[in-house]
Design a protein around this ligand. Structure first.
Ligand SMILES: [Zn+2]
Length: 258
């Protein structure tokens, strides 16, 4: 691997076979790349995740690094940081992330590589429209009913944009602050996750969704997530549906969000 020459480290890479001619320029490039790096003389080797703070891996830094490498910084979406706020467990952040990027296998995507008859391409909820992310999450009459119930709960009117990422930006642009703002953002994440899980339950397990009580399910999911935000919220999970307005108005200390 290499040797010390006084204070200088000299790389001596050994290979299992002789290099092909075309590989030699690559080897030169590699040596240029690593010439400024040297092993520590003391201490044990350890893994460091250089994309995250303090060298520790987390999902947010991975997704940021991956999408930067793949699409370049200029392509970074304006909603990027609004997804990874720590308001929901990483699994739910990832669902929202994939939905906003439209990297989920809705039927309009699947039909690119798998021939389908017309009925198969339709939304599993309404059975009428082609299943796209925008339709499934926003415009299907079943999904739209959930958004309307949620807006009623909050006492807001909302003209929903066509695209799901525009909808997320519009939603998160509402003028709520502090704890209420976090609740509001988390509600969007919860609706998206619940719709996506209902859809997958129907497609892969043949489950029949129970549309009544979805609004309460959204509230309870946000309630569960909120336990990780701040410990001194003076309500237990059973209170969330019955005491929604009081919880919403609760003014605690500013939450720690990452
Ligand atoms: Zn539909």
């Amino acid at each position: 691997m290499g040797m010390w020459d006084g204070e200088n480290w000299i790389w001596q890479l050994q290979w299992r076979r002789r290099m092909f001619q075309w590989e030699l320029p690559l080897l030169d490039s590699l040596l240029v790349l690593i010439e400024d790096f040297r092993p520590l003389k003391e201490g044990e080797d350890r893994h460091i995740w250089s994309f995250g703070k303090e060298g520790v891996f987390n999902l947010r830094s991975f997704m940021e690094a991956f999408y930067n490498l793949k699409y370049g910084e200029v392509e970074q979406k304006p909603w990027f940081r609004l997804v990874w706020q720590g308001l929901a467990p990483p699994r739910y952040e990832l669902i929202l992330w994939a939905i906003l990027w439209k990297r989920v296998n809705t039927k309009d995507r699947v039909m690119r590589w798998k021939p389908m008859v017309e009925d198969e391409m339709n939304c599993v909820f309404c059975g009428v429209e082609l299943e796209t992310v925008n339709h499934l999450v926003l415009h299907c009459k079943f999904s739209w009913r959930i958004w309307c119930e949620l807006c009623d709960l909050w006492g807001v009117a909302w003209v929903c944009p066509n695209e799901v990422d525009e909808a997320f930006l519009a939603w998160t642009g509402a003028h709520f602050v502090g704890f209420e703002r976090s609740l509001w953002h988390a509600c969007f994440m919860a609706v998206v996750a619940i719709i996506w899980e209902l859809r997958n339950g129907m497609v892969f397990e043949g489950k029949v969704p129970n549309w009544s009580g979805i609004r309460d399910k959204v509230i309870l999911l946000v309630g569960v997530w909120s336990k990780a935000w701040k410990e001194n919220l003076p309500y237990c999970l059973e209170d969330w549906v019955s005491n929604w307005n009081a919880i919403r108005a609760w003014k605690g200390k500013r939450m720690m969000i990452r």
